[in-house]
Design a protein. Structure first.
Length: 139
């Protein structure tokens, strides 16, 4: 029997959830299990990130249209599973989205890479978004 062990939980919060409630779910489950553990149990919250979502965005349709026009693709709109800085703007009421080039499966990990053409395509999408947003007074 080891004298010590530890584990971590990475609980991603959905936009319709509250961090306090999610934390309570986890701690309540651990508290119920304490009776079966013959050791002390300590809980440390290392990071707490509030979710954000911008359902009333006026930019989303413009971005989808720009991607369709420039890249001839029908983009998939998703909620980011990774914490991105856009949440700070959204929580402050700023109309904002997260979009960028590259394959997310290789992002922020070993052998991370991005093709130059993907960067150039993203620049073209951004330019189209800016052009149509200015013409339609979105900003």
């Amino acid at each position: 029997m080891p004298s010590y062990f530890q584990f971590s939980i990475d609980r991603r919060i959905l936009p319709n959830e509250k961090t306090d409630l999610a934390l309570n779910e986890i701690t309540n489950h651990i508290d119920k299990s304490r009776n079966n553990i013959k050791s002390s149990v300590d809980i440390y919250v290392v990071n707490r990130i509030e979710p954000a979502m911008n359902p009333g965005t006026r930019l989303l349709s413009k971005l989808v249209n720009a991607v369709e026009k420039v890249l001839n693709l029908n983009p998939k709109v998703r909620i980011s599973r990774a914490p991105v800085d856009t949440r700070y703007l959204q929580n402050a009421g700023v109309d904002s989205l997260t979009y960028g080039p590259g394959d997310t499966s290789s992002a922020h990990g070993p052998d991370e890479y991005i093709h130059v053409i993907s960067i150039m395509d993203a620049v073209d999408v951004y330019m189209e978004l800016i052009k149509t947003s200015i013409m339609n007074n979105v900003f």
